[in-house]
Ligand binder design. Structure first.
Ligand SMILES: [Zn+2]
Length: 258
C-alpha cells in the first residue's frame, strides 16, 4: 500500500488518529468544456495535482498538512448552454464550504486553505462572511496566479490555452488529445472599452466569446513548459503551507514597529 498520509482520501483512521494535522487544504475545481483537446475535468485534475504535490513537499519539511478531496463542481453560470458544464452557484459553494469548515472546527485542524483552480470560482467574499463564524483560519489561493504565466508562456489566454494545455500534457498526458485536434481558442473581446480593459467587469457569456470553448491558443504548449510552471507554483505553495503551519493564529501579524 502506497498511501500518501497528506492525502485524506488515501489515508486510514489509524494514521489520522496518530497525526496532528495543522492545516487542511481544500482543492476546488470545475467540470467544463476545455477547447476540443482537454478533458472536462482539467481544472479538477490540475488542482488535485498541485495540492497533493505542495502538501508532499510541506509534509517532507515537517508540516502536518492534509489535502481534502477535491470539489469537482465550479461556478458555470456563463456556460449553462454548453452541454455537461456542471454549475454550482456561488451560494451553494458557500454552503458547502461552511459545512466543511464547521466540521473541521473541533477536530484539531486550525487552518483551512481553499486551493482554487477555476476562474469562475471566487472564495474571497465567502470567506469574509464565514470567517467570523468559525474558529479556524481561512484563506484562499488561486493556484494559477501564484506564478506569473507571462514568464513562461507566449499566449496568455486563460482557458484551455497554452498554460493549461502544457500543464495537462505534463500531469495527465493520457487525457490530452493531439494539438492538431484543438481549436485556436480565438476569443471575441468585449465591444466596450471599459469592459475590455477590465476596470468594468461582467461575466463572459462563453458561447458568444468563443466557438471552440477555448480562450487562448494552445499551439505552443509543451509538457516541459507545464512541468516548469506547475513545479514553480507547487514550490511556492508548499513554502506557504510550511509557514502557515508554523504560525499560530494569534501571531499572523508582524510586531508593531517600536
Ligand atoms: Zn481550466
Amino acid at each position: 500500500m502506497n498511501a500518501r498520509p497528506y492525502v485524506l482520501a488515501e489515508t486510514t483512521w489509524k494514521t489520522v488518529r496518530e497525526t496532528r494535522y495543522e492545516v487542511a487544504v481544500l482543492p476546488w475545481g470545475a467540470t467544463e468544456a476545455h477547447n476540443r483537446h482537454l478533458p472536462y475535468g482539467t481544472d479538477t485534475i490540475q488542482c488535485d495535482h498541485v495540492a497533493a504535490e505542495a502538501a508532499r513537499l510541506a509534509w517532507e519539511a515537517g508540516a502536518r498538512v492534509v489535502v481534502l478531496p477535491t470539489v469537482p463542481f465550479g461556478v458555470q453560470t456563463g456556460q449553462l448552454d454548453i452541454p455537461l458544464c456542471l454549475n454550482l452557484n456561488p451560494s451553494t459553494q458557500a454552503a458547502v464550504l461552511s459545512d466543511l469548515a464547521h466540521g473541521l472546527v473541533g477536530q484539531g485542524v486550525r487552518k483551512l486553505v481553499v486551493l482554487n483552480g477555476h476562474g469562475g470560482n471566487d472564495f474571497r467574499q465567502m470567506i469574509r462572511e464565514l470567517q467570523p463564524r468559525v474558529d479556524l483560519f481561512l484563506c484562499a489561493i488561486n493556484w494559477y496566479r501564484v506564478v506569473d504565466p507571462a514568464l513562461h508562456f507566449e499566449d496568455l489566454g486563460d482557458h484551455a490555452g497554452e498554460m493549461e494545455t502544457s500543464v495537462m500534457q505534463h500531469i495527465a498526458p493520457e487525457l490530452v488529445l493531439p494539438l492538431s485536434e484543438a481549436g485556436d481558442g480565438r476569443a471575441r473581446p468585449f465591444r466596450i472599452a471599459a469592459l475590455r480593459d477590465g476596470w468594468a467587469w461582467a461575466p463572459r457569456q462563453w458561447t458568444q466569446v468563443t466557438s471552440d470553448t477555448g480562450v487562448g491558443d494552445p499551439k505552443a504548449s509543451t509538457p516541459e513548459k507545464g512541468r516548469v510552471y506547475a513545479g514553480a507554483a507547487v514550490e511556492r505553495i508548499a513554502a506557504f503551507l510550511v509557514e502557515l503551519a508554523a504560525t499560530s493564529r494569534d501571531e499572523m501579524y508582524e510586531d508593531p514597529a517600536d
